[in-house]
Design a protein around this ligand. Structure first.
Ligand code: ADP
Length: 568
């Protein structure tokens, strides 16, 4: 700031010095010019008088003027005119270029008066000529220009004034610009900014910085926008890919512009082809899409049965227009499994009603059997050792058991859930079958502890009785190892009970039908035992599986949840 002020002061001083110099030059020059003018005038007048004197003395005609007679530094032309003002002769001319033009005639109205004029740097003198006796002869007309004064003036201007003007002009411009910039910056309240080139540079720098920062911001926004677009594209791609249903977009020209992987797999064709080609195997879908493209309405169709790739498929499709685009979106769900489940449920419903009917009939059977048993007992009262009556009673008892089991199997099971100590259930079953185990010399191995589970104690007891009885019956009389073993593996969610025997195990054809009602390989069996066991276990949200042991014998694996609500 101080440097700026000092520079300004120095420049102002320079301007002042220049101004003084110029003023001095002008003053001196005008004084010099005036003095030169006076001197020239005197010289010119003197020359004119001398010439006039010589002319009047009649000398000039015979004696031509010599150059040294003329004043140095003057260019001159002198002419003699008669009393009418007509030029007679030119007595002297020392301007080779002829710049001083002598007129051919003079206005001699004021013929007796001497006249001196200074016109555009040229002295013009008219002097009347008289003889000694006073007779007028004519006029002498003289034109003179000072050569040296003109040259010195030019030299002075070029060598001295012009540089001064240039210096002063440059300094003045610099000062004016500084004042203008400082005035402008103060008007903008940037009082502290330097009113200088640095300030201008700083201003430019600031503008450049702002432009650069705006550029960077724009770049950042562009990158952000690109990133967002990328993320959104990836997200929508993932979204489309994750849709489990087939998704197809058809544009207004009927081209499948988009088809997710499920759609490509289901219809076995890539996108980018006409929709009629894409849905070549499904005429119903073609019609649906065509109608959607035509009127832009939402359409749905369920249970579209088609043969795709040799497989029977059931599809459910919806076609809807995409807002803002002349395209339609088709969502096609493969409901083959659902349709199968629906069919199964329907069949189950039919079977249930059939089962209800059968249960009703079985109930009637049971009543009739009870009546028959009553009559057989009466017969035995009359004839105590009547073998026919005994056989009748045995058969009635067997049939009653079958009907009772069938009723258990056929009726819907509704277990009454309560905490059940499995150890207690197993203990009761073992107590019931102890005599049979003893009689058949089969060893029973039980786990040290069993958990308490939610369940129906009576139903569970019935299931385990069936399983233990089957295991006992599966061991032939001549089997070298005679053992039935129960093991328990308690996990965090459930308990797995493994009932193993050293019996015959079962061949594959038996294994496939174990749990089917009325499937039996026994002479006296009715094949409802395992069907009822599975129904009881399933009603407890459990699971039952059977397999042969590598060492021989069968293994039944029963899993039961430890808490209510946990499904197996
Ligand atoms: P039933 O005992 O009246 O035959 P089940 O439904 O209880 O009816 O049994 C069906 C069939 O499963 C039996 O006839 C038998 O062939 C087979 N089976 C059941 N348990 C065993 C087992 N522990 N070992 C071998 N086979 C078995």
């Amino acid at each position: 700031m101080a440097g700026q002020a000092l520079t300004a002061v120095l420049v102002a001083l320079l301007v002042t010095v220049c101004l003084i110099g110029l003023w001095a030059t002008y003053t001196l020059r005008s004084a010099y010019d005036r003095e030169a003018q006076h001197r020239t005038r005197a010289e010119v007048q003197l020359t004119a008088y001398r010439l006039a004197a010589r002319f009047t003395a009649g000398q000039f005609i015979t004696e031509p003027l010599t150059p040294d007679w003329l004043p140095s530094g003057l260019t001159m032309a002198v002419g003699i005119y008669d009393h009418l003002g007509q030029r007679r002769t030119v007595v002297v001319r020392n301007d080779p270029t002829g710049e001083l033009a002598l007129p051919d005639n003079l206005d001699v109205a004021n013929s007796d008066r001497e006249e001196t004029r200074y016109l555009h740097g040229v002295w013009v003198l008219t002097v009347p000529l008289h003889k000694a006796d006073g007779e007028r002869l004519g006029h002498l007309h003289l034109l003179a220009r000072h050569r040296q004064a003109q040259l010195s003036g030019v030299v002075l201007r070029v060598a001295y004034e012009l540089p001064l003007w240039l210096v002063m002009g440059a300094a003045g411009l610099w000062l004016a610009r500084s004042v203008f910039l400082s005035g402008r910056s103060s008007a903008r309240s940037y009082a502290n900014r330097p009113a200088s080139v640095e300030f201008v540079m700083a201003g430019y720098q600031e503008v450049i910085d702002r432009l650069q920062s705006a550029g960077r911001e724009l770049e950042r926004l562009r990158t952000d926008a690109e990133h967002r677009a990328l993320v959104q594209t990836e997200f929508s791609d993932r979204l489309i890919a994750s849709i489990p249903d087939a998704l197809v977009v058809v544009d207004e020209h009927g081209t499948t512009v988009l088809a997710n992987l499920t759609a490509q797999r289901l219809f076995g064709r890539p996108p980018g082809i006409p929709f009629r080609e894409f849905f070549a195997d499904v005429p119903d879908l073609q019609n649906l899409v065509a109608a959607g493209l035509q009127d832009g309405s939402v359409r749905r169709q369920s249970d579209i049965t088609v043969l795709i790739g040799g497989h029977q498929r059931t599809l459910e499709a919806s076609v809807a227009p995409i807002p803002g685009a002349a395209s339609v979106l088709c969502l096609i769900a493969n409901i083959t499994e659902l349709a199968a489940l629906r069919a199964t449920a329907q069949a189950r419903e039919t079977l249930t009603s059939l089962g209800d009917m059968a249960a009703g009939i079985a109930h009637e059977f049971k009543n009739s059997l009870a009546t028959m048993d009553g009559y057989a007992r009466l017969l035995m009262q009359d004839v105590p050792d009547n073998p026919a009556a005994r056989a009748l009673r045995d058969e009635v008892r067997h049939l009653t058991q079958v009907v009772s089991d069938f009723l258990t199997f056929a009726r819907p099971l509704r277990p009454v859930m309560a905490p059940v100590d499995l150890a207690g259930v197993v203990e009761e079953v073992v107590t019931l079958l102890r005599e049979d185990f003893r009689r058949r010399e089969v060893t029973l191995v039980l786990p040290e502890s069993l958990p308490v589970i939610p369940g129906d104690a009576a139903l569970l007891r019935r299931a385990f009785e069936n399983l233990f009885r089957n295991a006992l019956e599966a061991i032939p009389d001549d089997a070298p190892v005679r053992e039935v073993r129960l093991r328990a593996i308690t996990g965090p969610e459930d308990v797995t009970l493994l009932l193993e025997d050293s019996g015959t195990g079962f061949p594959p054809e038996v294994a496939a039908n174990l749990f089917l009602p009325f499937f039996t390989t026994k002479k006296q069996g009715h094949g409802l035992g395992l069907a009822i066991v599975r129904k009881i276990i399933v009603s407890h949200n459990g699971r039952i599986e059977a397999c042969n042991l590598p060492a021989g014998g069968a293994q039944f694996r029963i899993s039961l949840p430890l808490r209510i609500g946990v499904e197996k």
